[in-house]
Design a protein around this ligand. Structure first.
Ligand code: FES
Length: 118
């Protein structure tokens, strides 16, 4: 059902690498995604929604849902399911709205709490 990513660093069966997820070291199979490392770490979530603060975790594992956004090696807004885990990689929780070079990204009014209705 699952296949290794084509950019897998090793085809050695059983080879694992160590990554840090929220400061906790976990070992994942070589070629696994950063999102897989989040799941191996057992975190209930890896990001919060910008508007309501609801917790989210990797879901589709194929780059569609964006529920896996995380800070990876200091770079926020990375789709962790699309990033191959590398030895020593640091994966951290993404909090709130994304930060851009010019500040916080705007949330369209249609997505805000007022758009939910009564
Ligand atoms: S888990 Fe859906 S985009 Fe990454």
């Amino acid at each position: 059902m699952f296949r290794k990513r084509p950019d897998s660093p090793s085809d050695s069966p059983g080879a694992t690498i160590a990554v840090a997820v929220e400061g906790r070291t976990v070992r994942v199979p070589a070629g696994a995604s950063a999102a897989a490392a989040v799941l191996v770490a057992g975190l209930p979530s890896i990001r919060d929604t910008p508007v309501g603060g609801a917790e989210r975790a990797p879901y589709c594992m194929m780059g569609v849902c964006f529920e896996c956004l995380a800070e990876i090696d200091g770079v926020p807004n990375r789709q962790s399911c699309m990033v191959a885990a590398q030895p020593g990689m640091r994966i951290r929780r993404q909090r709130g709205r994304r930060q851009t070079a010019i500040g916080r990204a705007a949330v369209p009014a249609a997505c805000g709490p007022e758009a939910r209705g009564p």
